[in-house]
Design a protein around this ligand. Structure first.
Ligand code: NAP
Length: 675
């Protein structure tokens, strides 16, 4: 029985009245899902997201949103088997589903962790340090990011229905934006099940997540300037949607992840028999066959030093010959089917175009064998390897994306030629360079990094831990310039920022401190009788400052410290040599001695709410201290964040000054404090 796919809008499932769009199994050809031929009321769905989902998410702080994203990841993992079973109909082997489903859960877990560790406790993101805008320090500028008050409309491609959904959903929810998902119809049954799993986890507030299965109709007519469209798919669809008049009129943020002619380059040092040669062959075969080559990051162009072309061809043919195509549930099958017969027809058309300038060296697009499956009913295709010898006149190999198990070998002369050829793709998502020659890799990247969103430089030293050419990672940017769409997704905090609005706020230090919830240089300080180390995290007030008494730094302190630590650098120990130094003009105290004395001055020693010192950041030594100088310290509560129910991090601004009030050293101290 086919699954009838429902929309989920206005916080309930709506079974379509007219489910006329049929989706067939990639393997058996039977109808597996029916989608609506008309969308629900998208204007109402967008209003609902803006009116209920957005405010509910924005009421949560970042750690609470991170908890919610984590709950979705856990729910997905707990029920992944359901998705693995459905994945069969999309032609996925167990390994393909692992990429999609476990990869999706992994992206959510990673975002939950980014949210918990890297985002503040509030709802506002502070970007960088404040800028001093006036001479006297009474006027500051600070970039902040707040949640956009619209809806994130996320349109996904068919090839990763779960991962693609998760890698966009996590950042949007963390940013405080409700989401309307529009999956590709060809695999919407997987996306719909995934959304059901999320909703049944009961973690999301009303209006935070909605789903449309089937076409969007005139949905774009109802977008406004606070909405974000995050699109993944072909360049042709992206261009059509980007040209929608409402996108231009309302200035709707449009993030596009499009198709890409990714390349992999074998270094001239990677001769047969080297680890790099074997790595290269392994990467190519994996990229051609995982998801039957239906990966936006898959290697389409195999660039090889001309002298090694025959060796590479031989090795690839041998490895591709071992790939068994067929029923993806079988353990002895390495590659399943393409998503649909229509997709296979499209790939065959593209192969025919590529064959205009490249010869077929492995695989026959018209001869299909499928182990354990009906080769006529399913969308099977063997791996297809092409070879382009006439590089000078070739253009199709750099322009046509056959979105299937298809790649073309292209010979190159030298590093400059390889970079030029790689760049002919007009902007790609992923480039890999497989070489152990650091000079070759460095020169290549200098001239081609700007054309690629991510570059893997693979060699024997990183192979054991490498995540491979085709795997986008949540903490690294996914996207590419030019043809790849110019979009950027994921990349840790960067991915979250797409769903937030950056604002430059100007004002007095006190005002900026109040708005950001962090102490700012020049903002009023408070002080009191109680040492701040006696206060629990919840009691610490931003701006509360402890001023220490003065301490003299003597020559014998410096010598004692030098001998005790072994740091007898001449600037501390040799008056003549220190005098000749253009910066010191005589012996000076060690920077680490100043830090140690500072701690000795501000630490309150008895057991209390401060549990541990766990580091310093942004340390600068600004003016040296000479024997006989006196130092004192101001310790100010800059920011704080509860990281666990019973404890959290306090960030202290520390400034060390001399007897004349001049700044000697400044840094931020991090402590773990009881909550
Ligand atoms: P596609 O045909 O362009 O469709 C992409 C999405 O756009 C689908 O959800 C599709 O829905 C939707 N869509 C089409 N017309 C629309 C309209 N008028 N209004 C709103 N939505 C509309 O691409 P695909 O065949 O699914 O995916 C394959 C392509 O995606 C390949 O070229 C691949 O390189 C690219 N891709 C890129 C990335 C990346 O991160 N850069 C990742 C994966 C895939 P329907 O299915 O209902 O038409």
């Amino acid at each position: 029985m086919p699954i009838t796919l429902s929309h989920y809008v206005l916080d309930r499932w709506h079974a379509p009245e007219d489910p006329r769009i049929e989706t067939r199994s990639a393997v058996t050809g039977e109808v597996v899902a029916l989608s609506a031929s008309a969308p629900p009321d998208i204007a109402a769905a967008l209003r609902h997201a803006r009116r209920f989902g957005g405010p509910a998410l924005r009421r949560l702080n970042f750690p609470q949103r991170a908890g919610l994203v984590r709950a979705l990841a856990e729910a997905l993992l707990a029920r992944k088997q359901e998705l693995y079973e459905l994945g069969f109909h999309a032609g996925c082997t167990k390994g393909d589903s692992w990429f999609d489903v476990d990869g999706g859960a992994g992206a959510l877990f990673s975002y939950a962790s980014t949210g918990r560790r890297q985002l503040p406790e509030g709802r506002l993101l502070i970007e960088g340090e404040s800028e001093r805008l006036g001479k006297a320090g009474g006027f500051l500028g600070q970039h902040i990011l707040t949640s956009r008050q619209g809806c994130a409309v996320q349109i996904n491609a068919f090839n990763f229905p779960v991962w693609g959904l998760c890698e966009k959903l996590g950042p949007a929810l963390l940013a405080g934006m409700p989401v309307l998902i529009k999956p590709a119809t060809a695999t919407a049954y997987l996306a719909e099940r995934c959304v059901r799993i999320f909703l049944e986890a009961n973690a999301l507030p009303p209006g935070a997540l909605q789903l449309i299965c089937g076409p969007m109709g005139n949905g774009f007519d109802h977008l406004d300037g606070q909405d974000v469209v995050s699109f993944t798919g072909s360049a042709a669809t992206a261009m059509k949607l980007q040209r929608h008049p409402v996108i231009a009129r309302e200035g709707v943020r449009f993030v596009a992840e499009r198709d890409s002619l990714n390349a992999s380059i074998l270094g001239p040092d990677a001769l047969p028999g080297t680890p790099e040669f074997a790595l290269f062959v392994g990467e190519i075969v994996r990229e051609m066959t995982v998801k039957a080559g239906q990966k936006c990051t898959a290697i389409r162009r195999i660039m090889v030093p001309a002298a090694l072309l025959g060796d590479v061809e031989g090795a690839l043919k041998q490895r591709l010959g071992q790939i068994q195509v067929g029923d993806p549930r079988r353990d002895d099958v390495q590659m399943g089917a393409l998503v649909s017969l229509a997709q296979r027809a499209d790939v065959r058309e593209k192969i025919a175009l590529l064959r205009g300038e490249a010869s077929l060296v492995f695989g026959d697009p018209d001869h299909i064998e499928a182990k354990g499956a009906d080769a006529q009913a399913g969308a099977f295709l063997p791996p297809i390897l092409l070879r382009c010898d006439n590089v000078k006149s070739a253009s199709a190999v750099h322009e046509i994306e056959a979105f299937g198990p298809v790649a073309t070998m292209i010979p190159y002369r030298d590093g400059a030629d390889a970079a030029t050829l790689a760049n002919l793709g007009g902007g790609s998502l992923a480039l890999s360079v497989i070489t152990h020659d650091q000079d070759f890799a460095a020169a290549l990247l200098e001239s081609s990094a700007c054309q690629h969103g991510r570059v893997l430089v693979l060699d024997r030293d990183c192979a054991a831990e490498s995540t491979g050419h085709g795997a986008p990672l949540p903490n690294l940017l996914h996207g590419g310039p030019g043809r790849a769409g110019g979009g950027e997704e994921m990349g840790g905090l960067r991915g979250i920022m797409h769903y937030m609005q950056r604002t430059a706020v100007q004002g007095s230090p006190a005002m900026i401190a109040r708005i950001t919830g962090e102490h700012q240089p020049g903002a009023p300080l408070t002080t009191g009788a109680e040492h701040p180390f006696r206060q629990r995290l919840g009691q610490l007030a931003i701006g509360y400052t402890f001023h220490t008494p003065e301490r003299e730094v003597t020559l014998s302190d410096i010598e004692h410290f030098a001998h005790f630590t072994g740091d007898t650098f001449y600037a501390h120990m040799d008056e003549a040599a220190a005098r000749a130094n253009p910066l010191f003009g005589g012996r000076v105290a060690h920077g680490y001695l100043i830090l140690s004395f500072a701690a000795g001055l501000f630490v309150d020693p008895a057991p209390g709410p401060v549990l541990a010192n766990y580091g310093l950041e942004h340390l600068r030594f600004i003016k040296p201290l000479k024997p006989g100088d006196r130092m004192r310290v101001a310790l100010t509560v800059k920011a704080k964040k509860q990281t666990k129910p019973d404890m959290g991090e306090a960030r202290w601004a520390v400034s060390v000054t001399n007897q004349d009030g001049e700044l000697v050293a400044a840094y931020e101290l991090l402590t773990m404090n009881a909550a």
